[in-house]
Write a protein that binds this ligand. Structure first.
Ligand code: FES
Ligand code: FES
Length: 153
């Protein structure tokens, strides 16, 4: 039996240890906010946090998170930085189709957790692995700056 924590709750799985974490999240426990895009660690749609760091769940076997704390977009609103980012996302009207957005927000949360006042270059570097087919990049950057400002107050 593999045991880990998902969004603060204990979770366990006794299936194939090589199954992608993304399948466990979506198909086994119904957390469908994390999206499947490329399946090859190229687009960032499947980004979750593992022990506070962003990780591509499409290429991560579930066995790799045994004993670790996985956080998905469903828990973002319980996190102060996640809340502030989601508010900024709404105010800047970031999403178009929305498909990439949970991954974008998880990467933005990781960035602001480690760098409270990122420059444009910091943002571009941290977000470079999250592809947006709708090209919402200027609004993503604006929303991250807005969230960083809000975090200061
Ligand atoms: S679905 Fe995982 S990086 Fe694209
Ligand atoms: S909002 Fe459509 S892919 Fe990013």
């Amino acid at each position: 039996m593999m045991n880990f924590t998902i969004n603060g709750q204990p979770a366990a799985f006794d299936g194939d240890p090589q199954m992608p974490l993304l399948w466990f999240l979506r198909d086994e426990i119904g957390l469908t906010g994390t999206k499947f895009g490329c399946g090859m660690a190229l687009c960032g749609a499947c980004t979750v946090h593992v022990d506070g760091l962003p990780l591509r769940s499409c290429v991560t076997p579930v066995s790799a998170v045994v004993g670790k704390n996985v956080v998905t977009i469903e828990a973002a609103e319980k996190d102060k930085i996640g809340q502030i980012i989601q508010t900024a996302w709404v105010e800047e009207q970031v999403p178009q189709c929305g498909y990439c957005q949970s991954g974008q927000i998880m990467s933005a949360m990781a960035l602001l957790s480690h760098k409270a006042d990122p420059s444009d270059a910091d943002i571009d570097a941290a977000m470079s692995g999250n592809i947006c087919r709708c090209a919402a990049y200027p609004r993503i950057r604006a929303a991250i700056h807005k969230a960083a400002e809000a975090l200061k107050s």
